[in-house]
Structures are given as structure tokens and as C-alpha cells.
Design a protein around this ligand. Sequence first.
Ligand code: SF4
Ligand code: SF4
Length: 83
Amino acid sequence: MDKDDAKKLPYPLIHPDVCKGCGRCISACPKNVLEMSEKFNGSSYHYAQYIGEGCIGCANCYYTCPEPLALEVHVQEKKKTTK
Ligand code: SF4
Ligand code: SF4
């Protein structure tokens, strides 16, 4: 990952063709940064999408999504601490 990508973290990554358009992630997001696309995926479902900014990486969307492969949340790696 390059520096430009790192600046955009955290962010959700939704896979349109796996999403079933249930909207749970949209309801669960405390920052209201997810929305339903007007487009359809390959299974004729509307799918959730990120508006592109404002994600705080809380992962509520990830934990509420019933589709195991539909949604990822990318956050900064924690720095290792040494004793
Ligand atoms: S990680 Fe949290 S803030 Fe980011 S899109 Fe998911 S629910 Fe919203
Ligand atoms: S909770 Fe999952 S399946 Fe439902 S709209 Fe969001 S990404 Fe799609």
C-alpha cells in the first residue's frame, strides 16, 4: 500500500456482487457514510456503497453484515509495542 492509500484509512470496502442490499450496514453506521446505490449488482440487488469519506473504522458495518464476504473495513495497523 502506498502513502496515498494510507491517508484514506480507515475505510469500508464493499463488494457489490456479494452484497444483498439488506441495508443493515447503512443503519449501523454511526457516521452515516454508507448509502444504497441506485445501481443493481449481478444478482439484481441494490448494493451498499461508501460515500468516500468520514469513516472512523468502528467496524459496526462489518459486524452487522450477514454476508461474510460482502464487506471489509480497512484500518491502520497497530504499532507493535515492546516490553
Ligand atoms: S467502519 Fe464504522 S464508520 Fe466506517 S463505514 Fe463502517 S460503520 Fe461506518
Ligand atoms: S449489511 Fe452487507 S449485505 Fe447488507 S447492505 Fe450492507 S454490505 Fe450489503
